[in-house]
Design a protein around this ligand. Structure first.
Ligand code: BGC
Length: 461
């Protein structure tokens, strides 16, 4: 077997509309739920919001030039729904200026031999739909409006875009948006989250059906969903903790992946959630099952799992980074939820291949080095902890492909630029490019150079 990745392996960077665009009230765009939420007192750590961020709605050409400079093969970005249909609904007007913006971006990418991967939904629901009928809570309405939005994108860009991702991390939309309330729209409780998750699956599935029936035959692309999971490693080898790790997987990933790839919710979820978990009709299930051409994966770390606790939303398991012998799993990031543990990435890739038997597209992976927002830029650009992370994860991926035979097709690092990190505001920086938010100057960090070199050396020519 080759010791390199195949020549058609795709690598690049990922971003998301609300995190980078700014220009929130320009050229006809109307607010999304993230505009509303981030302006709420106390919603983000530093009071930050997406009003300006990296100004990429205006500086998109500069961003593409940076991608070109980094030598990537692909760029994953998302479309802001309320830029192209400002009020969001199927009977609402389309905004030509918004359509043109992404058309220009896609054309510029293609001109530069950078393959666009387009995410339809990266969390910025039009506020108009939240106000009109409760957004993701309203199955009848949201599925139709989402499919209508998807149709507009397939029609507008499908001649050039051949890789579509319906949703980014539906778990975050469901749980962080509708259970813990730390993300927009900021709802809490343990009922809505199951309805929202269910409706996200349906919207995804009906958009895929549309694409496969009406666009794929002539456009010839592929479409799938991106789910997120941190590898779940039992804290020790006790049977309870081994079982807890599987339950952790079911509650984070299986609740989406099993219906989509296998046609049913995991038993552990059904047992614990009971009739709060909606059921699919037979007709819906026929559309849901098999509704992704690939396995889209976002992953950042590994969690050590213990049985217990009464957090139903995560399947009554507890998480830690401290091993039984008191040591830490890996290097600590700026955010509490992330430590470097490449072995877990390799295990996860193997698990997904074994369980779902589809090619895997890693659509996000990355690291936030400590205190990059407060240290001087001259220091921050030497981001050794981020390089250690990328080196470990890239090599884990390489081994999964070349030694374990897992068909991983892409690797998108998060992120091209430092940007608006949701509830963490601007305190956390995930970019391989440092952004000075007052001047908008972009400075490559050492990790950007590292990834360019690593992929140049490890993809077959
Ligand atoms: C999201 C990104 C986010 C990143 C780092 C992922 O869950 O898709 O939008 O910035 O994690 O937290």
């Amino acid at each position: 077997m080759s010791t390199k990745l195949p020549s058609d392996f795709v690598w690049g960077y990922a971003t998301a509309s609300y995190q980078i665009e700014g220009s929130v009230d320009v050229d006809g765009r109307l607010p999304s739920i993230w505009d509303t939420f981030s302006h709420r007192e106390g919603a983000t750590k530093d009071g930050g919001n997406g009003d300006v961020t990296t100004d990429s709605y205006r500086r998109w050409k500069e961003d593409v030039a940076l991608l070109k400079q980094y030598g990537v093969k692909a760029y994953r970005f998302s479309v802001s729904w309320s830029r192209v249909i400002p009020l969001g609904g199927r009977d609402d007007p389309v905004n030509d200026a918004g359509i043109k913006h992404y058309r220009d971006l896609v054309e510029e990418l293609v001109r530069n031999d950078i393959t666009p991967f387009v995410t339809l939904y990266h969390w910025d629901l039009p506020q108009g739909l939240q106000d009109r009928y409760g957004g993701w809570l309203n199955k009848e309405e949201i599925v139709k409006d989402y499919v209508n939005y998807a149709r507009l994108l397939f029609e507008s860009y499908g001649d050039l875009v051949k890789n579509w991702i319906t949703h980014n991390e539906p778990w975050c939309v469901s749980v962080l948006g509708h259970a813990t309330g730390v993300f927009a729209p900021g709802h809490t409780g343990n009922t809505e989250n199951w309805i929202v998750g269910h409706n996200l699956i349906l919207a995804h599935a009906y958009a895929v059906k549309l694409y496969r029936e009406q666009y794929k035959p002539s456009q010839g692309g592929q479409i799938g969903i991106t789910l997120d999971l941190q590898w779940q490693l039992p804290w020790d080898d006790s049977p309870e903790n081994i079982e807890a790790a599987q339950r952790g997987i079911d509650f984070k990933l299986g609740r989406f992946a099993d219906p989509i790839y296998k046609g049913f919710y995991p038993d552990s979820v059904k047992e614990l959630i009971g009739d709060r978990l909606p059921e699919f009709t037979e007709e819906e299930l026929a559309v849901v099952k098999g509704s992704s051409d690939f396995f889209g994966l976002n992953t950042y770390t590994t969690q050590l799992v213990q049985d217990g606790g009464d957090n139903e939303i995560q399947g009554n398991v507890k998480y830690t980074f401290t091993r039984p012998d008191g040591t830490q799993l890996g290097t600590q990031a700026h955010v509490p939820w992330l430590q470097t543990y490449p072995e877990g990435f390799r295990s996860l890739l193997n698990y997904l291949w074994k369980t779902y038997q589809l090619p895997i597209y890693v659509t996000e992976n990355g690291f936030a080095a400590k205190y990059e927002n407060t240290r001087p830029v001259e220091e921050v650009v030497h981001d050794t902890d981020r390089i250690e992370y990328y080196e470990g994860y890239a090599n884990a991926l390489l081994r999964a492909v070349t030694e374990d035979g897992v068909p991983v097709k892409s690797y998108f690092a998060w992120s091209l630029l430092d940007n608006f990190e949701w509830a963490d505001g601007y305190d956390t920086r995930f970019g391989v490019t440092y952004v000075d938010y007052s001047s908008q100057k972009r400075t490559p960090k050492d990790s950007a150079k590292f990834l360019t070199k690593w992929f140049n050396e490890h993809i077959s020519s």
